[in-house]
Ligand binder design. Structure first.
Ligand SMILES: C[S@@+](CC[C@H](N)C(=O)[O-])C[C@H]1O[C@@H](n2cnc3c(N)ncnc32)[C@H](O)[C@@H]1O
Length: 241
């Protein structure tokens, strides 16, 4: 997979050099390009923002540098004539006004060949940039959750980590991806390791008994209990409290 990121804080993404995603880059599974939006400006101050039309507090990101950045990244890959974009690049703009990012979306996006992330700052990006990007590629506005961050960088890091770990070959043991929170609609069961007793707290005996059926039943019950108490909204209607 190829990932391009446009940001005014390129060093924010240095963290993609480390851990599993860093190794995936070394192994050639993941190719990442980080682009400084200011490199697509032409004035002495490398200006990327201006006052909002209609007034109001804060500044809005200007469309021109975004247009040039998208042109440079998308190049000739997609005709700008509205042709079929199936399998083409997907441009993702993090936004608190977007659809909420989920594990299902991460899985869907992990099958893409090319993702482009555009990190907003200030009061956000001139809306015409989304329309223009939509004439060149598939575009999605995606929210990390119902709260407001200062910029898109944290949201993009979270999305890249969630998407990247689902790309085949990034995680050594793909089985570890299956039994996780949100994969089957429930939260994961609690996990334990040695020692069996620690500071007066014991591991549930069923997990140490070697009875795989009993362990599976305990884990399923624990998943349902945990989901009921923390995230009842995730339960199918039959299991809702
Ligand atoms: C201060 S926010 C702008 C918020 C915008 N004025 C609004 O009310 O929708 C600046 C940037 O942070 C990012 N951002 C903020 N909250 C986010 C969230 N919940 N999910 C994804 N991105 C977010 C977006 O890139 C956004 O353009």
């Amino acid at each position: 997979m190829r990932i391009d990121i446009v940001t005014i804080f390129p060093t924010f993404f240095d963290a993609l050099d480390i851990s599993l995603l860093g190794r995936a880059r070394e192994d050639g599974i993941l190719e990442v390009g980080v682009h400084d939006l200011r490199d697509f400006t032409h004035d002495r101050h490398r200006t990327v923002d201006d006052k909002p039309y209609g007034g109001g507090a804060g500044m809005v990101m200007k469309p021109e540098p975004w247009g040039e950045a998208l042109d440079a990244i998308l190049g000739e890959q997609v005709p700008d004539d509205g042709a079929d974009r199936e399998g083409g690049p997907i441009v993702i703009f993090p936004s608190p006004a977007g659809e909420v990012f989920t594990q299902a979306m991460a899985r869907e996006l992990s099958a893409a060949d090319h993702l482009v992330f555009g990190c907003g700052r200030y009061e956000g990006i001139d809306h015409r940039v989304f329309d223009y990007a939509g004439s060149r590629a598939s575009v999605r506005l995606v929210s990390l959750g119902d709260y407001v961050l200062n910029g898109g960088e944290v949201a993009v890091m979270a999305m890249i980590e969630a998407i990247g770990r689902l790309i085949p070959g990034v995680i050594g043991n793909p089985e570890s991806l299956v039994e996780e929170s949100h994969e089957d609609g429930l939260l994961e069961y609690p996990s334990y390791t040695k020692p069996a007793s620690w500071r007066g707290l014991d591991v549930p005996p069923v997990l140490m008994g070697g009875n795989h059926g009993a362990i599976a039943t305990w884990r399923r019950d624990a998943q349902i209990e945990r989901t009921k108490s923390v995230r009842p909204d995730l339960l199918p209607p039959a299991q809702s409290p």
